[in-house]
Ligand binder design. Structure first.
Ligand SMILES: O=C[C@H](O)[C@H](O)COP(=O)(O)O
Ligand SMILES: C=C(OP(=O)(O)O)C(=O)O
Length: 389
């Protein structure tokens, strides 16, 4: 007589179905696929000395502009999202020439946004879905993204992006000179912890509700050390311990109540920063809630800000613009070719308008210099972060 088979493990339930089947019925589930490690990707697509100089030099320059010890204006400009590497590189080449032309007055950093936070549903960005068709080839997206960033920084053009996945900076952080925490994530503990360890200045957007306090709170949170779960460069699941980031700042992007770039709005934001003991400086996003998502309205925002900057308004250290080669936006439709250099997410300004606006901002900085002495080196900077208790 054969012995009865002894199960490896006791049955997980007496009712219908296995544990896996029951889990499926009561929520979502995950499948996994291995990804190259950050170290392996960096080895394949390394940062050259020239690229490192661009990235690090621009980080330091952004800090000086934010602190007011460099009297130029920070201008973060580029597509709402990158969906086509060739178009991004064509834009980068144009921007590089313009950045050189205005370099005495503007510190130009290109938006190279690869992860899109969506209000509900929509294409999540090149990093997650590089073929724009829902195939979600994330490994290829990371490779393409890093290769493109190396090429853009290789032109001598510094890079800005929004950090969405807390794992992405391990793969791309060494190529970025300015980061954003977006309106949809500025209240997220994970993103505040992430910002506290990022090796670059980080703009904290006001929340989608319009709350500027959320951005101020995020700056306070990111200025101190944290510990959170992540991956090390060799891919090992790790506790990431951060130092705190003293170079975070508010980005006013408007909200449901309308724009928030008026003099009164800026004064209110500076007062909130003062009350929190933080450096009094803001960056104005000409797009999003400040333009009612109408790309053409960014012109009016820039025109008003140029006037106010020329008149010496305190506290505004930079602007953000959404711009691509071709104005407007387009939908991605299977089988229909895309217009080269036009956004597939938010509508953007076209190149010619962008160039004119940057020249007008440069002119505003020059006019300000005529009436004001160079900014002093005594502008407030964030205090050193506290150590872990
Ligand atoms: O900047 C881009 C968009 O404003 C952001 O990703 C939200 O887009 P959505 O509201 O179209 O989803
Ligand atoms: C999503 C963006 O901005 P916000 O977080 O302000 O909506 C963006 O700049 O792409």
């Amino acid at each position: 007589m054969r012995a009865a088979a002894v199960p490896d493990r006791p049955p997980v339930s007496r009712g219908s179905g296995s544990r896996e089947a029951r889990a499926r019925e009561s929520g979502g589930r995950v499948t996994t696929e291995p990804l190259t490690t950050p170290a392996a990707l960096a080895e394949r697509l390394p940062v050259t000395d020239a690229v490192a100089e661009t990235v690090l030099g621009a980080r330091e320059a952004v800090c000086r502009v934010l602190a007011g010890t460099d009297d130029r204006l920070l201008v973060v400009v580029g597509p709402c999202s990158i969906h086509d590497v060739d178009a991004a590189l064509a834009y980068a080449r144009l921007l590089r020439r313009l950045a050189d032309e205005v370099a005495d007055d503007l510190l130009v950093v290109m938006r190279v946004y690869l992860e899109k936070p969506r209000s509900a549903l929509g294409w999540p960005g090149l990093l997650t879905d590089p073929s724009l068709d829902g195939a979600f080839a994330v490994g290829a997206g990371l490779r393409v993204a890093r290769e493109m960033m190396v090429a853009i920084a290789g032109l001598g053009l510094p890079i800005a992006c929004e950090w969405l996945s807390p794992v992405t900076p391990a793969y791309l952080g060494d190529l970025v000179s300015w980061g954003a925490v977006g309106a949809r994530t500025v209240e997220s503990q994970v993103h505040r912890q992430l910002a506290s360890g990022l090796p670059m200045p980080v703009g904290m957007k006001n929340g989608t509700s319009g709350s500027v306090q959320a951005a101020v709170d995020a700056i306070r949170a990111a200025a101190v050390p944290h510990a959170y779960l992540g991956v090390a460069d060799d891919g090992t699941p790790s506790v990431l311990r951060t130092s705190g980031n003293p170079h975070c700042h508010v980005v006013l992007r408007g909200g449901p109540g309308g724009p928030n770039y008026s003099e009164e709005d800026v004064r209110d934001a500076l007062a909130r920063l003062r009350a929190a003991g933080l450096p009094e400086r803001v960056v104005i996003d000409a797009s999003h809630g400040n333009s009612g998502k109408c790309h053409e309205r960014q012109r009016a925002v820039v025109a008003e800000m140029a006037e106010r900057i020329a008149a010496g308004e305190e506290g505004v250290r930079g602007l953000l613009l959404e711009s691509f080669l071709v104005p407007g936006r387009q939908d991605v439709v299977a089988g229909r070719p895309l217009v080269f250099g036009q956004s597939v997410t938010d509508a953007c300004l076209g190149w010619d308008t962008t160039a004119g606006l940057l020249r007008s901002l440069a002119e505003a900085v020059r006019r300000r210099r005529q009436t004001q002495p160079p900014a002093s080196a005594t502008s407030p900077v964030a205090s050193e972060p506290r150590q872990h208790a």
